[in-house]
Design a protein around this ligand. Structure first.
Ligand code: ADP
Ligand code: ZN
Ligand code: MG
Length: 507
């Protein structure tokens, strides 16, 4: 049986979340909650006699993305009319870029199973979004709030080879757009949409096979399912000796299948021609240089720095840097962790045990674990973003410090975190109010040990007669006497010392 290899190229559409639209002054509004058609004017609905004006901020946002994707920016690019009719496009054409896009020939390195993988970027261009249709029983409604919202199209070369790579590429792209502050990444609001081009070729071949283009992919899940489905469909066709027909297919979300829409449209079907109402878009060197110099630290660089600077695992560094807010939260928490800051924060509750032992440095990996496992768990359950969390970064750091120092055990730590999550406040106050502090000090634990041994003379005799398995039983009794708050390691040491003394004195 011949083996086939999938070849995938993606067109990613991302709204640029500027204040106003691409070619008019209408506000860019949340198209899922704003009153329909409350932000539409004669320009973005294409009334005759109106003239578009290019939104400078949208161009700047596009430049950020193009530069972050290592593209060459054209000093002069052109807007063009892409002509077609659809009710969500009242002008009868979409202003886009065609022959001379804003930027081209870049690349984007993503984390793959076998290290970094380079995906070449063919082009990045500016266009405008269309309105939105709502199909009802027997009629349809249209909302033009989205009509004319700046849209960036990012087109990759066919460099992706699997569903997993496709997923990683798009996740990394979403993360990048959020870091650059140009897009909220809120998939449920449709601010990022995908089109996937899929073909198969015989493994080992370097030629490209015939592709289909899947439209209407609005989530990572739909993208993965659709690419997997289409790959399999083509595999069946080819293994039976058939041919894939070049076509545009739609993803049917409910039935989870692709449906043929039309044979692939060609560029000439759109009658592209330069937009006569807009001048060429000239971009000065100085502007490019300024945007480049103002780019923030990007996710990949941050991930590498988190590994180098904090000694985090690759996995944790990846999770922490996917969302800029999470990375910032982690670094805020780390920055409160100078030993001085910690011991001061713990306060005078029990000078000997608490302060001394909490002033040890908190391991960044432990902090990362509490953040990405425990706090994320609570956030997910509540459907909350980290910025809305009542657990402040410094509180989380102190909490981890208390656990790491053995002031409270991990189980108590989780209780404290839950309370912080519900009500906010300081971990130290909660530990005090709930009396959760462990007895971790030799001077507190030894009397407990002695008391328990004194209360159980028979078991002590049995132990001294050689029944050493009783150690675990004594441990249990002492932990019970301490209300579960004793540090088990200290209890064990003290218990062994006490039993040793007894056996020595009976010899
Ligand atoms: P259009 O879809 O408008 O015709 P292009 O021809 O430039 O535009 O291709 C768009 C996308 O299709 C690009 O992401 C490109 O990588 C991808 N692509 C082109 N040929 C193939 C192929 N044989 N298999 C998979 N993807 C392909
Ligand atoms: Zn408008
Ligand atoms: Mg296409």
């Amino acid at each position: 049986m011949t083996e086939f290899e999938p070849v995938i190229g993606l067109e990613v559409h991302a709204e640029l979340q500027t204040r106003s639209k691409m070619f008019c002054g209408c506000a860019v509004v949340d198209s899922t909650s704003a009153e329909p058609n409350s932000s539409a004017c004669e320009i973005c609905t294409g009334m005759p006699g109106t003239l578009p004006v290019i939104n400078r901020r949208a161009v700047e946002y596009a430049l950020r993305v193009a530069l972050a994707l290592n593209c060459s920016v054209a000093e002069s690019s052109l807007f063009a009319r892409k002509n077609y009719f659809y009710p969500d496009l009242p002008k009868g054409f979409q202003i886009s870029q065609y022959e001379l896009p804003l930027a081209s020939d870049g690349w984007f390195d993503i984390e793959a199973d076998q290290g970094e993988q380079r995906v070449r970027i063919r082009r990045v261009h500016l266009e405008e979004d269309t309105g939105k249709l709502f199909h009802r029983e027997g009629y349809s409604l249209v909302d033009y709030n989205r009509s004319g919202v700046p849209l960036l199209e990012i087109v990759s070369e066919p460099d992706l080879r699997s569903v997993e790579q496709t997923r990683r590429y798009t996740l990394a792209l979403r993360s990048l757009l959020r870091y650059l502050g140009v897009n909220s990444g809120d998939m449920q609001k449709g601010v990022i949409r995908f089109e996937a081009n899929v073909s198969l070729r015989r493994t080992g071949s370097t030629e490209l096979g015939t592709r289909t283009e899947i439209k209407n992919l609005n989530s990572f899940r739909a993208l993965s399912r659709a690419v997997a489905y289409e790959t399999e469909r083509q595999r069946v066709v080819l293994s039976r000796g058939g041919q894939v027909r070049q076509a545009t297919v739609g993803w049917d979300e409910n039935r989870e299948i692709t449906l043929a829409q039309r044979s692939k449209e060609e560029a000439h079907d759109y009658r592209y021609f330069p937009e006569p109402d807009l001048p060429p878009l000239q971009i000065e060197r100085a502007w490019i240089d300024r945007v480049r110099s103002e780019l923030p630290e990007l996710p990949a660089a941050k991930r590498r720095r988190f590994i180098a600077e904090y000694g985090l695992s690759e996995y944790s560094a990846g999770v922490l840097t996917e969302e800029p807010e999470v990375a910032e939260y982690f670094e805020n928490a780390m920055s409160t962790l100078s030993p001085g800051a910690l011991s001061a924060a713990v306060g005078p509750a029990d000078p000997k045990t608490l302060i001394e032992r909490t002033s040890q440095a908190v391991s960044p990996q432990r902090l990362a674990n509490w953040l990405t496992v425990d706090l994320f768990g609570l956030l997910n359950q509540a459907g909350l973003a980290i910025e809305k969390s009542r657990v402040r970064p410094d509180s989380l750091a102190q909490l981890v410090g208390l656990v790491e120092a053995g002031t409270i055990n991990a189980a108590s730590g989780k209780l404290v975190l839950e309370q912080l999550f519900r009500e906010g406040g300081s971990p130290q106050a909660i530990v005090r109010a709930k009396g959760l502090a462990q007895l971790g000090d030799q001077s507190q634990i030894r009397p407990l040990v002695d008391r328990v041994l004194a209360e159980h003379p028979d078991q002590v005799s049995a132990y001294l007669a050689g029944k050493h398995t009783l150690t675990e039983w004594f441990l249990g009794q002492i932990m019970r006497a301490a209300g579960g708050r004793a540090d088990p390691a200290v209890v064990r040491t003290e218990l062994e010392a006490a039993l040793q003394e007894k056996s020595r004195s009976t010899q």
